[in-house]
Ligand binder design. Structure first.
Ligand SMILES: Cc1cc2nc3c(=O)[nH]c(=O)nc-3n(C[C@H](O)[C@H](O)[C@H](O)COP(=O)(O)O)c2cc1C
Length: 358
């Protein structure tokens, strides 16, 4: 069950729109057998009438088919390193690792994508659009065009969700090589929000800084190990004059800072990158310990993905959308879309014409 609160009334919302994003999360080269079993669909239960939101919490139900498969309810004691297995069992006193294994599974990201789709729909009303693409898988790095020149339809078609079609085959070969070796491979993903107004977030409250909120949201995705805003990781070898996005009479020609300054959106596209680690469940399992006996064993193996970088971008979009929608409603408020639009347009009339990004 997913519950989304804070959405104003009169937002048109249908299950097909949410299903579209859930379907994007299920695809991608390197996914395992579970995606053949699941048929993700969020059934809207509350908060929507005749296709429009009511301002009340939106409740959605997504079925889990996998649990009914053969063996999926069996007790697990062979702890898998790199998962919630060991700390989960110790923290809650579980004798069955499955109690934490299932809840910690990235299956829960289907719920995030459904909630994120509602946030995206809200943001679209105000001209904000989100995208993502894969920058690297294992040792294969993409050389994508500038953000404004990316063909997003082609990225959607790419099995590795990559904007550089020249390296897509190499990325798939990297996944195949890992699979054949009984191993796994991670990657780097970029999430972009276009059309974001200037001034979301806060330079006054540390806990409302938009870059900090986005980082926390992306870091919370299962297996994410590093987050950067804009060119954050690449700035170490630059001097100050080479890094800042110079302001010209109401436009910027660069976006190295990734669309934030002082904890607020700066009017340029929001850009964040994250590193997702190689999956910890290996076909050639790692050495571990049995929870019952304390004896050395090989870690438990269960049907698993080989690479999750392509779907991780879709989850990243959802997480960024949730943060942006929150910050947007905090700034503009309103109980209905027309009311929020009046507030937004009043603000844009004072700042909008003053800044362009090219
Ligand atoms: C989209 C997605 C799919 C994933 N699929 C798997 C999987 O099939 N098998 C697996 O062991 N881990 C998978 N993971 C990673 C685990 O959920 C994650 O590594 C684990 O919960 C431990 O979390 P941590 O690495 O953040 O500490 C996936 C992660 C994501 C984002």
């Amino acid at each position: 069950m997913v519950i989304v609160e804070g959405v104003p009334a009169y937002l048109y919302l249908d299950e097909e729109y949410i299903a579209h994003h859930l379907g994007r999360r299920q695809r991608g080269y390197g996914r395992g057998g579970r995606q053949q079993i699941e048929r993700d669909h969020a059934h809207i239960q509350t908060g929507v009438r005749h296709g429009y939101t009511l301002g009340s919490p939106i409740g959605m139900l997504i079925e889990n088919r996998d649990w009914s498969q053969e063996g999926r309810n069996q007790r697990v004691t062979r702890i898998r390193p790199g998962h919630a297995d060991l700390p989960g069992a110790m923290k809650y006193g579980f004798h069955d690792v499955r109690n934490s294994l299932e809840r910690a599974s990235a299956r829960e990201t289907a719920a995030r994508v459904a909630a994120g789709a509602v946030a995206m729909k809200l943001l679209e009303e105000f001209g904000i659009k989100l995208h993502s693409h894969v920058l690297s898988i294992g040792r294969v790095k993409a050389n994508p065009p500038d953000q404004g020149a990316i063909d997003w339809d082609a990225v959607e078609e790419s099995p590795v969700h990559c904007a550089d079609s020249d390296v897509a085959d190499q990325m798939m070969a990297e996944v195949d090589a890992a699979r054949e070796a009984g191993d796994t491979v991670g990657g780097v993903v970029e999430v972009i929000a276009e059309g974001v107004p200037i001034g979301l977030g806060s330079h006054v409250h540390w806990d409302r800084k938009i870059d900090a909120k986005i980082s926390q949201a992306l870091m919370s995705i299962n297996a994410v190990k590093a987050v950067s805003i804009g060119e954050g990781w690449d700035l170490l070898d630059r001097w100050g004059s080479e890094f800042q996005d110079v302001i010209e009479p109401w436009q910027r020609k660069t976006n190295r800072a990734g669309g934030t300054e002082g904890g607020m959106t700066s009017g340029t596209p929001l850009v964040a990158r994250f590193v997702i680690k190689p999956i910890a469940t290996l076909h050639n399992p790692l050495p571990s310990v049995d929870l019952d006996t304390g004896e050395p064993v090989q870690a438990h193996f269960e049907r698993s993905d080989v690479c999750q970088a392509p779907p991780a971008g879709v989850i990243g979009e959802a997480m960024m959308a949730l943060v942006l929608a929150d910050a947007f409603m905090e700034k503009f408020g309103g109980d209905s879309i027309p009311e929020t639009k009046r507030n937004f347009e009043g603000y844009q009339a004072t700042v909008g014409p003053r800044l362009r990004y090219s």
